[in-house]
Design a binder for this molecule. Structure first.
Ligand code: SAM
Length: 288
């Protein structure tokens, strides 16, 4: 018997008009819809008059439930996966089911649609060329060590940084980011995206911290932060070498096994100087 297809169906993050024709047809035609929270998803299904039976697939039953769903797929059933909002597998359960389905040789298709981080990024007015999606930071309660390690790693991150955050953790996360970055950064804060009260704020981390000292955050947030400036990092690296004399710097590379030529080349790069100027200083032709 031919096995069925697992369809990952992206659903709206607020505005029901954002559902695609393909997702609607797939949800209608599937034998079963696996939903993160069936009580929540019934509203979506009722709105679009979809009568397909649902079953719960969530964080706390995902391994067992994925096994059950895979065995149904192997018997030829077509199953659609949806989450509370947005794209399955993006900060939502799905990964386990996809892995088990692929391992079992089942055809998996992904029906693209809304994802909060993409929507927020396009509105951020920050660089969209290269970005890193960090999803939710672990909380101090769930994993303090990992939270600290991620925050530290983000300090040097040059790409635009994207985070998800719940309202009750927002203040702490803003403060921790400010502390980890050791500097103020541009921030775009998006909430209620695609909904009636959609709001995108363009300010800095310091301004955001100040704002939420005075008012309580409401709604679900996407934080988009500018990455570390490459220029600034270059300046910091140059400042480090400027603490050493040219001779000490030269000596350092010779001890590292560099040839004289390569040492001069690297020194010029480190100090933001021209190679021949470094050379002249080394040869004592020029005042240091
Ligand atoms: N799978 C979803 C997606 O594709 O974006 C993400 C699910 S994750 C459990 C929920 C988080 O997404 C929220 O805490 C918030 O950070 C973000 N989010 C979801 N809908 C949003 C909206 N309408 N406006 C702003 N952020 C939203």
């Amino acid at each position: 018997m031919e096995s069925g297809t697992l369809s990952l169906c992206a659903t709206p993050i607020g505005n029901l008009e954002d559902i695609s024709f393909r997702v609607l047809r797939t949800l209608k035609e599937a034998d079963c819809i696996a939903a993160e929270d069936t009580r929540n998803s019934i509203k979506l299904l009722n709105h679009f008059e979809i009568k397909t039976p649902m079953t719960a697939y969530h964080e706390f039953n995902k391994v067992e439930k994925a096994r059950e769903l895979v065995s149904r797929l192997l018997k030829g059933e077509n199953i659609a996966l949806i989450t509370d909002a947005g794209t399955p597998c993006i900060s939502d359960p799905g990964e386990e089911l996809v892995r088990q389905a692929i391992d079992a040789g089942i055809r998996v298709e992904s029906l693209p649609g809304p994802a909060a981080f993409v929507t927020a990024l396009t509105l951020s007015a920050l660089s969209t060329r290269r970005f890193v999606f960090e999803a939710f930071l672990p909380t101090e309660k769930s994993n303090k060590k990992e939270r600290k390690a991620i925050l530290e790693s983000l300090q040097k991150e040059e790409r635009t940084i994207i985070l998800y955050e719940a309202p009750h953790h927002l203040k702490k996360t803003l403060e921790d980011l400010r502390e980890a970055f050791l500097e103020n950064r541009a921030l775009s804060l998006a909430r209620e995206l695609t909904k009636k009260h959609e709001e995108v704020l363009y300010f800095s981390l310091d301004e955001a911290i100040q704002k939420y000292r005075e008012e309580e955050p409401r709604g679900e947030y996407v934080l988009i932060l500018s990455g570390a400036s490459r220029e600034k990092k270059k300046e910091e690296a140059q400042a480090k070498w400027e603490e050493f004399s040219i001779e000490e710097h030269f000596e350092h590379y010779l001890n590292e096994g560099y040839s004289e030529k390569d040492a001069l080349k690297q020194m010029a790069k480190d100090r933001g100087m021209r190679k021949r100027d470094v050379y002249k200083i080394i040869k004592g032709d020029v005042k240091k």
